[in-house]
Design a protein around this ligand. Sequence first.
Ligand code: AMP
Length: 221
Amino acid sequence: MITLALSKGRIFEETLPLLRAAGIEVLDDPEKSRKLILDTNQPDVRVLVVRATDVPTYVQFGGADMGITGKDTLLEHGSDWGGAGNGAGLYQPLDLDIAKCRISVAVRADFDYASAVRQGSRLKVATKYVAIAREFFANKGVHVDLIKLYGSMELAPLVGMADAIVDLVSTGNTLKANRLVEVEHIMDISSRLVLNQAALKLKREPMRKIIDAFASAVGKV
Ligand code: AMP
């Protein structure tokens, strides 16, 4: 049996066509079903739909053999910095090129970010992505106080709680609707396939088949 952990929400919707192209059809509708383990048209493949941030954890601890989640989530989990970290045991063989967006710094339209940086001001930055933000501002030599939030980061500068946010931007509509402007493009983000290395050793053949099917489906959906 191969267990595949998928991220709920936006990534899930973009993952389904890719799964289909790879010959895997999820039989239950995760929106309607209360089942936590979903069957597929392949009797030896089952799917878990979990929070994006939990996908690396399920794969790392063997609750799933493989998973699909954003590079943002993997970086925050500590599995993509190139070091051992707490992400050891996770192997990332494939960029699936879905759920593409960027991670950016945004501020209120009336906040002069460039001068604040030039003057060496200490910035209050609200984000869900504290590891990515810490690394980015440290490399830039900007001192920051990070405020951890779990959602709706855009609110923080509007209510005067932060000078800037670090968040995912796709169309830019959410920023625009809240009179925020993008001032730094930190990196491009897309969803990746991650594997549990021990599972790959034990189930090499069936996992290889799925990885190859994904690899040939990338870019075709
Ligand atoms: P947009 O208005 O299209 O720029 O989308 C921005 C909002 O959607 C922000 O609240 C982001 O956190 C969220 N978002 C954008 N792209 C993604 C993605 N690929 N995965 C998850 N959330 C995203």
